[in-house]
Ligand binder design. Structure first.
Ligand code: UD1
Length: 355
C-alpha cells in the first residue's frame, strides 16, 4: 500500500483531519504527523478526543516561536521523519505555519504534495496565512479547492494541471458530528445562555489581536452592546489582552461571557443556537453560514468570496462599532455545502496510481 503522510499542527487542521482519515483508511497506509504548533489541551488534544482521531505516529513538539523559527524547526524535524518513513505523498491542509513547513519539506525531498483548501486568497500578500497559501499552492502537485473562486485564483496565477474543485471539507465534518438538540440545550443550560439571544464572538488573527488599537476598540465596542456575547478566548488573544492591560476591563463587562477555547462540538452547538457571529476566523464564518446564521468579519476582506456575495458574511473591518449590527438570518443555496473528502481521496488515489 502507498504511504500517505498527513501533516497537521493547528486547531483548524485537526478538525479537517477527521473526514480525511475516514475516507483514506484502508486505501493507503496513513502516516499522521503533528508538528506541535498548537499544544494546549483546548487547542489540540480536545479535538483528537472529540473526533475519535487515531493517535498520531509522530508528534514533533515544536511549540510557539517566531514565524521563521517555528517553520524552520518544523522543517528539520519533518525531513527526519520523511527520510525515515519515505512517504509516497504528503498532504497539507489550510494556511498555517505547519502547512508551509510541510509543503517546503515535501518539495525539497521530491515528494508529491497535495494541498487541501488550495486557491484561497486575500488581497494582502503580507499576512502570514497568505504567504503560506501562495507558497504552498506554488509547490503543490494536487490542489483541492473548496470553492469556484479558489479554482479561478489558481488559474489566474498560471497553474494549469492538478486543480480539483472538491468542495469544502469542513462540511463533511459538520455532517458527522452536528450536535443534537438535547446536547445543545444541555450546553446552553450549563452556560446559562438563551437560544437565539446571544452572539458568538471570536478573534485570534495576529494582524488583529497583536494590535492594541484593535483590542481597545473591541473592548469599548463590547461595552456598548446590548446583546449577550459568548467569547471563547484564543491563547494568543488572552495573552495580548493582558499585555495591553485590557483583560480585566473586558472580564468585568456583564454582557460578555469569557471562556477558554471550546471544543468543536461545543463550538458547533453554540453557532447553531446563536443569534449570529462576530469573528475573524475562516472556519467559524463557514459553520455559521451552514446553520443559516449571519457573520460579521473583523477584517476588510474574506477568502470565502461566495459567502460574502450571498450576504451571509459581511466584512466590517477591524475598527468598527459592533454595537449596532443587524442580526437577520442568512440563506445559502444547499449546493454550496458539497462534501469534499471523497473527492480529495479520489484525487489522491488517482495521483498514486499514475506512478
Ligand atoms: C494559527 C494560524 C492561523 C490559524 C490559527 C487557528 C499561522 C501563521 N497561523 O494562528 O492561520 O487560524 O492558528 O488557531 O500558522 N498558543 C498557546 N497555546 C497553544 C497555541 C498557541 O498559548 O496551544 C499561543 C502562543 O503563545 C503563540 C500564540 O498563541 O505565541 C500564537 O500561536 P501560533 O501558533 O503562532 O498561531 P495562531 O495565532 O494560533
Amino acid at each position: 500500500m502507498n504511504k500517505v503522510a498527513i501533516i497537521v499542527g493547528a486547531r483548524p487542521q485537526f478538525i479537517k483531519l477527521a473526514p480525511l482519515v475516514e475516507t483514506l483508511t484502508g486505501k493507503v497506509d496513513l502516516l499522521l504527523i503533528h508538528t506541535g504548533q498548537h499544544y494546549d489541551f483546548e487547542m489540540s488534544d480536545i479535538f483528537f478526543k472529540q473526533l475519535n482521531l487515531p493517535r498520531v505516529h509522530y508528534h514533533l513538539g515544536i511549540g510557539s516561536n517566531s514565524q521563521s523559527t517555528q517553520v524552520g524547526r518544523m522543517m528539520i524535524s519533518l525531513e527526519e521523519v520523511f527520510l525515515e518513513e519515505s512517504p509516497d505523498l504528503v498532504v497539507v491542509i489550510g494556511d498555517t505555519n505547519s502547512t508551509l513547513a510541510g509543503a517546503l519539506t515535501a518539495a525539497q525531498n521530491f515528494i508529491p504534495l497535495v494541498h487541501v483548501e488550495a486557491g484561497l486568497r486575500s488581497r494582502n500578500d503580507h499576512l502570514p496565512e497568505q504567504i503560506n497559501r501562495i507558497v504552498t499552492d506554488r509547490l503543490a502537485d494536487i490542489m483541492c479547492c473548496p470553492t469556484e473562486s479558489a479554482v479561478r485564483h489558481l488559474k489566474s496565477e498560471g497553474k494549469t494541471g492538478g486543480i480539483f474543485l472538491t468542495g469544502d471539507i469542513l462540511y463533511d465534518l459538520i455532517d458527522r458530528i452536528e450536535p443534537s438538540e438535547e446536547y445543545t440545550d444541555a450546553l446552553l443550560n450549563k452556560l446559562k445562555l438563551i437560544k437565539g439571544e446571544f452572539i458568538l464572538m471570536t478573534a485570534h488573527r495576529a494582524e488583529n489581536v497583536d494590535n492594541p488599537d484593535f483590542l481597545k476598540s473591541l473592548v469599548s465596542g463590547l461595552k456598548k452592546m446590548t446583546k449577550n456575547v459568548f467569547l471563547p478566548l484564543h491563547p494568543r488573544t488572552e495573552k495580548q489582552l493582558k499585555l495591553a492591560g485590557l483583560y480585566d476591563e473586558l472580564a468585568s463587562n456583564p454582557i460578555v461571557r469569557l471562556s477558554k477555547p471550546v471544543g468543536i462540538i461545543e463550538s458547533l452547538a453554540l453557532t447553531k443556537s446563536s443569534l449570529g457571529v462576530i469573528t475573524d476566523s475562516g472556519g467559524l464564518q463557514r459553520e455559521a453560514a451552514y446553520f443559516g446564521k449571519r457573520s460579521y468579519i473583523l477584517r476588510d476582506e474574506t477568502e470565502w468570496l461566495e459567502l460574502a456575495e450571498s450576504g451571509a458574511v459581511t466584512c466590517i473591518g477591524n475598527n468598527s462599532d459592533i454595537s449596532g449590527l443587524e442580526w437577520k438570518s442568512a440563506a445559502i443555496p444547499d449546493e454550496y455545502f458539497q462534501r469534499a473528502s471523497k473527492n480529495i481521496t479520489a484525487a489522491i488515489l488517482n495521483n498514486l496510481s499514475e506512478k
